[in-house]
Design a protein around this ligand. Structure first.
Ligand code: SAH
Ligand code: SF4
Length: 400
């Protein structure tokens, strides 16, 4: 594992970044820069291609846009990315970035969030955050213990993808990382996005939806919506709107097969119990055998991991086009839970497998950099201290 510190100066707040904006916001930005209404759609299309297809970082590169307009844009706006405060690379190629958003006001130091990139042979998955912290308090999740909570803007959500593509050389003409830990040639380095970082995406619905619109736009970032998955702890009233307005894949953090236990693990269950949640899943727009819903199930020792619960899980999901994802619990300092024994997980997964659900256990990735779900930001303080220390010493640590 190695850790790199690179802290460029914050983009000047009086020149807001256009990176991450949607088409309507770009049109307004162009209007403010004096672009007449009749030209605006054409200019938006040009900017869009530069920002999202090429990953342009400088208006000067936009040669099909005249010099005076380039100058007018550069005077008012930037193409800055949020700061990458620290980057960690796992021995298995998993990368974790601590990203600081520009301050929104005098009292704001700038929200810090983490995103994680997981390369596999046939795909590269980016795990993004939708909020800083989370208002929900799932008892096994570290994010739920954080005090500070705010929604990320759609721009900030999209910027996580831009930062990742910058860092792994996933824009045309950019160099991939020297370590070569990327999916096989011919596969896009970031082919999938999952909203499984910090926060409850369906409590920040509009911003998540708008971010998905930008990420999936075929003239720019071009991610297929079938490769974007929104994970929810079960905000039932927003599940239908997600399907209708964002049309992403859906993942449900189920974790228990009875309301009694789920009330404890995922307190939102008291508001939206299992039956209502599964009803919402059955009517998720677009659900089919080709577009299954993923049910996440965290394996907690002695809590939810018996063979009887595995059988109950299979019964519960009957009739829903489903995939089951067993997640080994990732412990964090102060938690009362432990991860189930490997043999227990295997027994559980065998039952699920016999019922026709394939590849159910999520292999832990990036363990050495604590890149797991629910763990994001738990190491932030330590990481930041190390990053600062290294910056002061102006050195970059080599791999160990
Ligand atoms: N708030 C959303 C998305 C973020 S959490 C949700 O709850 O679905 C992403 C996934 O990580 C969820 O399934 C969550 O239950 C799981 N998770 C949280 N903490 C975890 C931990 N310590 N170990 C393993 N999985 C965890
Ligand atoms: Fe929030 Fe999801 Fe963690 Fe629950 S599991 S506290 S909803 S981030």
């Amino acid at each position: 594992m190695h850790l790199q510190a690179s802290i460029p100066p914050h983009p000047s707040p009086d020149r807001p970044s256009l990176v991450g904006l949607g088409r309507p916001q770009l049109a307004s930005a162009l209007a403010a820069a004096g672009v007449p209404a009749r030209e605006r759609n054409m200019r938006v299309a040009q900017l869009w291609h530069w920002v999202y297809f090429h990953g342009a970082e400088d208006f000067e590169h936009m040669l099909n846009i005249g010099k005076p307009l380039r100058a007018a844009l550069a005077e008012r706006y930037s193409l800055a990315r949020p700061q990458v405060v620290a980057e960690q690379v796992s021995t298995d190629g998993t990368r974790k970035w601590l990203v600081r958003m520009p301050p929104t006001g005098a009292l704001d130091r700038g929200a810090e969030i983490e995103c994680v990139y997981i390369p596999e042979s046939d795909r590269g998955t980016l795990c993004v955050s939708s909020q800083v912290g989370c208002t929900l308090t799932c008892t096994f999740c570290h994010t739920g213990t954080q005090r500070l909570v705010r929604n990320l803007t759609a721009q900030e959500i999209v910027q996580q993808l831009i930062v990742a593509r910058d860092r792994i050389g996933d824009f045309p003409g950019r160099a991939p990382p020297k370590d070569g830990l990327l999916p096989a040639a011919g596969t896009r380095a970031v082919s999938n996005v999952v909203f499984m970082g910090m926060g409850e995406p369906l409590y920040n619905f509009e911003n998540v939806r708008d971010a998905v619109t930008v990420m999936s736009d075929g003239d720019g970032l071009s991610l297929s919506k079938r490769r974007i998955t929104v994970s929810t702890s079960g905000v039932v009233p927003q599940i239908g709107p997600l399907g209708r307005e964002a049309a992403t894949m859906l993942a449900i953090s189920l974790h228990a097969v009875t309301d009694d236990l789920r009330d404890e693990l995922v307190p939102l269950n008291r508001k939206y119990p299992i039956r209502e949640l599964l009803d919402a899943c059955r009517s998720y727009p677009g659900v089919s055998n080709a577009r299954r819903i993923t049910f996440e199930y965290v394996m907690l020792k002695g809590v939810n991991d018996t063979p009887a619960e595995a059988r109950a899980l299979v019964r519960l999901l009957k009739g829903i086009p489903a995939k089951i994802n067993l997640i080994p619990f990732n412990p964090w300092p102060g938690t009362k839970y432990e991860c189930s024994e490997w043999t227990t997980i295997e027994r559980f997964s065998d039952i699920v497998f016999s019922a026709g659900y394939a590849s159910p256990v999520r292999t832990p990735r990036g363990r050495d950099i604590l890149a797991a779900c629910g763990q994001l930001k738990s190491e932030t303080e330590k990481m930041r201290a190390r990053a600062r220390m290294m910056l002061e010493e102006s050195l970059v640590l080599g791999a160990d």
